[in-house]
Design a binder for this molecule. Structure first.
Ligand code: ZN
Length: 544
């Protein structure tokens, strides 16, 4: 999720001024790069225990980090954002010295860390975590109440970072193999986190500890607290990976609405499994959890706050009507289970892989529902929100994502590539193959580009470069001459030679193969001119 409000806001305010990008700071580098104090250890397991105090919006807890030693080192970087405070860091029963540099904490190791060994370190902490100003876009912890006055608490930290509420190695490139999330809450709250509920233990002080366990690698911003007065109902889905459990956690007074709205889940899963391959988390199950914010792709516990309405808060982001018959948040956030959660990029500069494919999956869902033409109408309609303000790829190593165009410009790039592949079964095989090849892995955007190029048999390198690295949309320039139609690409990166399908009035459809140099097609061009197939995300211009 996240930046979609930008896209939606654009429908209302098309002339938003782009914020200047600040020069990366030392803090950005500590946050966004695989520093020497991070690179030598590989997270195996996070054992997270947190106690919530809604009365004063504070938390306290401990993360035990189990890790494999990849190389010798004397210092270990743990991230925890102010104003939270580390109380102590303990290894082998000894408290270790900690030096703080902003939100990075460098732990001086006392015991030897033999390469190949497995070690663990426990980080005890407490404080009043950053309150979300406008979750999920401006995230943190949401402390609110439901309409009956019961406390309702949720985390939403994509972009901001998991270290806003728990200590961890806060970079996307290292996921644990599995994770425990044990959250202690006062009555009458129930906490729903990721994976499966192992126990709900009543403590002597009246609180209850909900112990959830994720059996699969999970990216840290997906780990979530959702504490409220929830109802729970279950279902199951017979899918490609066997029997998938479906668990739903609406607020208690929304159960009837949830039973109606969440009926959309099974046809969605059928569609996505057909196009993308098996749901990635049969071991951990599929869940929807109602949240006080709009939504987020929290792995195996998708956050849902779309008010049990269809569309995106009742609106259609495509402006075509094709987005109104289904629940945007269920569909978009669930698609992230494939793109973002199973396949995760190492650096958020490549966040386009998460959002472009997920936004693209929306039109696949429309196609499953209403046919191929409807799906195309939807994705083409979303071009209205593209700003071309800055490149879709962000800045590497400094925790900086690219333009919000990573959603619908990215989706339209993929829709264009589908035309280049020119064979829907092959294209579907590529999407399924990509998910199978990178299942439960951390990847780079370059790997994804190279995979699709290899599988398509089309030189996609200039296509990716054009749409991801520049803000320019290709222009097909053409003129009518005595020899026929002359045409070329302009406004493109060097070597851009994408074929494009056009309609030439009475002369019918042609596949042109323009380059940056003028070419001539021996076909008369009368009256109508050149109409580019709008499935290609390009423009055309007649020159005198
Ligand atoms: Zn998204």
């Amino acid at each position: 999720m996240t930046r979609l409000l930008l896209a939606a806001a654009l429908l209302v305010v098309p002339s938003l001024v782009t914020a200047q990008q600040p020069t990366p700071s030392r803090a950005d580098t500590l946050r966004g790069s695989n520093t020497p104090e991070r690179a030598w250890w590989d997270v195996a397991f996070y054992d997270l225990h947190v106690r919530l105090s809604p009365a004063d919006s504070t938390i306290s807890g401990v993360t035990r980090i189990d890790y494999r030693v990849l190389a010798a080192s004397r210092a270990l970087q743990v991230d925890l954002q102010a104003p939270l405070v580390i109380d102590s860091v303990v290894q082998g029963g000894r408290a270790l010295a900690v030096r703080r540099d902003g939100n990075a904490h460098f732990v001086a190791l006392a015991a030897p860390q033999p390469v190949g060994s497995r070690q663990s370190v426990s980080v005890f902490y407490h404080g009043r975590p950053r309150v979300a100003l406008n979750a999920p876009w401006d995230g943190g912890v949401v402390w609110t109440r439901d309409s009956l006055g019961t406390p309702w608490i949720a985390t939403a930290v994509q972009g901001l970072g998991a270290s806003a509420w728990w200590p961890n190695k806060d970079i996307q490139s290292d996921e644990p193999d599995s994770q425990r999330v044990a959250i202690t809450v006062p009555p009458p709250l129930v906490n729903v986190s990721n994976g499966r509920l192992r126990s709900a233990r009543a403590n002597g002080d009246g609180t209850t500890t909900y112990e959830w366990f994720v059996q699969s690698p999970i990216n840290n911003y997906d780990v979530a607290i959702n504490a409220g007065r929830y109802a729970h109902f279950s279902d199951s889905y017979q899918g490609e990976g066997g029997l998938l459990t479906l668990d739903y956690w609406p607020l208690a007074y929304h159960e009837a609405a949830a039973r109606r709205q969440f009926a959309q889940v099974k046809p969605m899963l059928a569609c996505f499994e057909r196009w993308l391959g098996p749901f990635p988390w049969y071991a951990d199950g599929y869940k929807l959890v109602e949240t006080p914010h709009l939504g987020m792709e929290h792995q195996s516990a998708v956050a849902y706050g779309n008010r049990y309405e269809n569309g995106y808060l009742g609106r259609d982001l495509s402006g075509t009507g094709e987005g109104l018959g289904w629940d945007f948040i269920i569909v978009h956030e669930s698609a992230h289970e494939w793109f973002g959660n199973s396949l995760t990029t190492a650096d958020i500069a490549d966040m386009w892989v998460h959002e472009s494919f997920t936004a693209y999956a929306e039109n696949l869902f429309v196609e499953c529902r209403s046919g191929r033409e409807a799906g195309a109408r939807y994705v083409i309609g979303t071009r209205s929100s593209v700003r071309n303000d800055r490149p879709v790829v962000g800045v590497f190593g400094v925790h900086r994502e690219g333009s919000g165009d990573m959603y619908y410009k990215g989706a339209n790039m993929l829709h264009t590539i589908r035309q280049l592949v020119g064979d829907d079964e092959r294209w579907r095989g590529m999407l399924r193959g990509m998910n199978a090849t990178f299942r439960h892995q951390v990847v780079t955007g370059r790997q994804v580009r190279e995979y699709l190029t290899a599988q398509s048999g089309v030189d996609l390198a200039p296509v990716f470069a054009q749409y991801l690295e520049t803000t320019r949309i290709p222009v097909l320039e053409y003129m009518a001459t005595e020899d026929g139609l002359r045409y070329r690409w302009t406004n493109v990166v060097p070597g851009f030679a994408m074929p494009v399908r056009v309609r030439l009035g009475a002369a019918g459809e042609r596949l042109l193969r323009p380059t940056e140099a003028w070419r001539t097609e021996a076909v008369p061009l009368r009256g109508a001119g050149v109409q580019v197939d709008e499935n290609y995300y390009v423009t055309a211009r007649r020159v005198p």
